[in-house]
Design a binder for this molecule. Structure first.
Ligand SMILES: [Zn+2]
Length: 280
C-alpha cells in the first residue's frame, strides 16, 4: 500500500513500513517488521493477514475474505477505523445480473434496420447498467426471406395484454433459433395491429417464450421499455404528469432522457428469473 512518502508491505500477520524514493527500493524504517495488530482493527479482522489494501484520499480500505474495513488515516499513523466496519465486499455493488437479447427481423436487415438495432440496444444497455443489469447481445437473424412469415409482417397483437398472446404471437414467437429458454427475442416487424391502434412495441409473449415485438422507430428507449415489461415492469400511472420522466411511462413521450428507473423497478427486474446472477 502506497501512502505519501511511505509504503507498507503486508505478509501474514506482520508488515513493514518503507520510506521510498520515486525509483529506488527505499529504506525499511526502524522497528519493522511489526505485528499487524498494531493497526488496531476490529476484533478478528485481518488478524492473520489481509488480502489487499487500497489508499484513496483520506481513506484506506483493507480487504480480507469477503469483508473490508474503511480507515481514516494520516500519512504515517494507523488512523481510526470508521464506524460500521467490517462490512461485506458485496456493498461495493460489483455483482451483476445479466440477460441476453436476440434480434429476429421480418424486415430485411438493411443499414436503417441495422442502425435501429444498434441504437436501441446501446440505449438499453447503458440504461440497465445503472440497475446492475448487464444486457448482452445475442444473435441477429434476418427472417425476411421466409415466405411463411410474410403474413406476420403486420402482427396482430390483440389487446397487447401481458399473458394474453394472439395466435400470431404464438406463430412468430415459435422462432427462437439460437436463443436459450431464459433469453429474450426481439422481433422486428413492419406494423403492430391492435392495442390502442398506435403501437410501436408490444411485450406480450407466449408462456416460456420471453420477448417482444417492435417496429422501427426513432423512440430511443422503446426497446428498453419493452424489455422492462418482459422483466415484469408495469406502466407508471399517467398522474402525476411528472411520471413521464420514467422509462415505464405508457407512451414514448419521455420528459427526461435517459428516462428514470426507480429503485423498486430495479429490484423487480433483478428478481425476474430472466435476469441471472453473474457473481464477481
Ligand atoms: Zn408499455
Amino acid at each position: 500500500m502506497y501512502s505519501g512518502s511511505k509504503s507498507y508491505f503486508f505478509k501474514g500477520n506482520r508488515y513493514i513500513r518503507v520510506t521510498r524514493s520515486d525509483t529506488g527500493p527505499g529504506t525499511v524504517d526502524p522497528g519493522y517488521p511489526a505485528p499487524i495488530s498494531n493497526w488496531g482493527w476490529p476484533s478478528g479482522f485481518g488478524e492473520n493477514g489481509i488480502d489487499a489494501a487500497l489508499n484513496s484520499g483520506s481513506k484506506t480500505y483493507f480487504f480480507k475474505g469477503d469483508q473490508y474495513i474503511r480507515v481514516t488515516r494520516s500519512e504515517t499513523g494507523p488512523g481510526t477505523v470508521d464506524p460500521g466496519y467490517p462490512a461485506p465486499i458485496s456493498d461495493w455493488g460489483w455483482d451483476r445480473e445479466f440477460v441476453v437479447v436476440h434480434f429476429k427481423s421480418l424486415l430485411k436487415i438493411d443499414p436503417a434496420v441495422q442502425d435501429f438495432i444498434v441504437e436501441q440496444f446501446g440505449a438499453m444497455r447503458d440504461l440497465f447498467t445503472r440497475s446492475r443489469i448487464d444486457v448482452r447481445r445475442g444473435t441477429t437473424e434476418d427472417l425476411s426471406g421466409d415466405s411463411d412469415l410474410e403474413s406476420l409482417l403486420v402482427l396482430d397483437v390483440g389487446e397487447c395484454k401481458l399473458g394474453r398472446p394472439t395466435e400470431e404471437h404464438e406463430d412468430l414467437f415459435a422462432h427462437r433459433d439460437g436463443a436459450a429458454d431464459d433469453d429474450l427475442v426481439i422481433y422486428i416487424v413492419q406494423q403492430l395491429e391492435g392495442g390502442d391502434g398506435n403501437l410501436v412495441g408490444c411485450a406480450t409473449h407466449p408462456d416460456g417464450r420471453p420477448g417482444a415485438a417492435v417496429v422501427v422507430t426513432s423512440a430511443r428507449w422503446l426497446l428498453a421499455h419493452e424489455v422492462g415489461h418482459v422483466l415484469s415492469l408495469r406502466h407508471v400511472p399517467r398522474t402525476p404528469a411528472t411520471n413521464s420522466d420514467f422509462l415505464m411511462w405508457p407512451d414514448t413521450g419521455w420528459t427526461n432522457v435517459p428516462p428514470n428507473v426507480s429503485a423498486a423497478e430495479t429490484a423487480k427486474m433483478l428478481d425476474s428469473a430472466l435476469t441471472r446472477p453473474d457473481p464477481f
